[in-house]
Design a binder for this molecule. Sequence first.
Ligand SMILES: [Zn+2]
Length: 444
Amino acid sequence: MKRLSLFCVSALWFAACKPSEESNVKAIVGAVLIDGTGGAPISDSVVVVAGSKIRSVGTRANVPIPAGSEKIDGRGRFLLPGLIDLHVHLGSTGGPGFRAADYSRERVERNLNQYLYFGITSVRSIGTERDAGLEIRKDQRDGNLLTARLFTCGRGFTAPGGHPSQEVGDIARQPATPEEARTQVTELAAQQVDGIKIWVDDLGGKAPKVKQPVIEAILDEARKHKIPVTAHIHSLADTMHLVENGAAGFLHMVRDMENVDPAFISRLRDLQIPFAPTLVRQELGWLYAEHPERLDDPDAANAFEPGVIAAIREQAKSQTGSAGARELFDRAKRNTRKFAAGGVPIGVGSDGGSSIDLPGLMTHREMELLIESGMSPMEVIVAATRTGALALKKLEEMGTIEPGKKADLLLVTANPLEDIRNLRKIQATMLDGQWLDRARLKMK
Ligand SMILES: [Zn+2]
């Protein structure tokens, strides 16, 4: 069985890797374990993985290392669950613009490998998926393709001519009536999507917004099919309407006001409705104009297609970041802090794949921005792991390092509780019980 896993890494990497067998046992020994629950780190830990699942977790004193297991020395290292990005758009180069013509099966696979490269073992592709993404998901779930786990919402909903159809065209569904919306939810249910996406944003009055009867029809029909609905929001009023009608989660943060009724925050906490604030999408309006050196990151050169970084560098020259945009960003950060402090689950979403939003790399920038908003490193780690699984409704299967869960693990060489950027210092990534060969991931 050991030979099978080596064979997978070296030869069959791009083709097929069947989930490893139960008899293939690995033990990661001696690492500081940060298990994703938010509990105190465990020093000198032992995590035993059997096949694709975590079998046992604890200290070296209380967890025996099975004879014959493959031992991995974790001393001086930090072991965490694989990271989860709740807000991605696949099939893009990550360069300027989001072009429908860029979407292909090959590029979706490259994107998923880019996420893996940066330690993100699961992503939720939210609203701009074409058929190739669904095929990839099937191949993964059949055990024929090993890359970041794809959860997909298929094609999301907006108003006729609404955001983001100006960028993504007809990938976004634009039903004119509640009846049409119901029919389209039924189509999505037939595709067994993992969620449904609605964009509810008039871009400050510049674009049509989905009408409330259409939103209510989508939520009602989705409920019948037991599919969670996640909404891109801007305003508090829309967020409240969506919650009252059963929305399961949100992308972006409330940005039109800060005077949020504490009772509403308590309700979000009680319902455990996650938000992925996606602050980085806002900051990208000026980030590279002010910090072009960020584009010199060696991982950017490793992970992205030729020309992409140069094109972003060129575009950055004309970026200004208006005072209004910066104020909205600061407000989103303050509301993120307020929601987090009020117990609302905060997840990590980067909008990776949207214009100049580099897949995976920007997931890490989003975590830095959550820290800047006032969350602690431990809270941000929980956001990127347990809360990701909560938002995906997969907490029983993933998101923390606990017995019975999928063995999606990240081993880093420096303490992320001291500096969240240490999550970039990746020694090894395990997906579905298999160590990945980071150097061989096909990304461009
Ligand atoms: Zn998005």
